[in-house]
Design a protein around this ligand. Structure first.
Ligand code: SME
Length: 155
């Protein structure tokens, strides 16, 4: 069943009632995991050192850490500052397999102003799980997280 992202965005806005980036990132990935069908991992990677992503709050199995900018779909999102939508991760050489069950991946960069703050990463066991409407919807939810959170406090 298709997620109603406009409704989810309003619900997430109501859920994120603090400015604390840690609380909000934990709530955001739990909310997405339980609201968007057919996911097996949702989480944040944070840029805390140059050219390196550190594992942040997530839902799902323990995951890879750290991820250099030159590795993985997450690294590609961090380098390009553009959302990465992959239909079949097995066909992408630079994909990092944290869980062999993952088949499709969507990674949205999170910016603090013009600077990369981190990425929001979603995995699905279904090939081609993420359509353009899911990309737009998850970008909408990421924007709710960004607008509701004090990202400077994570430095
Ligand atoms: N598959 C990701 C690594 C993170 S896990 O999916 C949680 C990547 O290729 O960057």
């Amino acid at each position: 069943m298709q997620a109603n992202y406009d409704l989810l965005a309003r619900q997430l806005e109501a859920l994120l009632d603090s400015r604390d980036w840690l609380t909000n990132s934990a709530q955001t990935c739990a909310f997405i995991m339980h609201s968007v069908p057919d996911l097996n991992w949702v989480g944040f990677y944070l840029q805390r050192q140059p050219e390196l992503l550190s594992l942040g709050p997530f839902q799902g199995k323990p995951a890879c850490h750290p991820i250099p900018f030159d590795k993985g779909v997450c690294g590609a999102a961090a380098r390009s500052l553009a959302t990465q939508r992959v239909d079949d991760v097995h066909a992408v050489a630079e994909h990092i397999a944290c869980d062999a069950a993952s088949r499709a991946e969507l990674v949205v960069p999170i910016l603090n102003g013009e600077r990369l703050w981190g990425v929001l990463d979603l995995d699905s066991p279904l090939p081609a799980r993420f359509a353009a409407v899911d990309q737009a919807g998850i970008e909408q939810l990421a924007a709710v997280f960004t607008s509701r959170s004090d990202l400077d406090a994570a430095d």
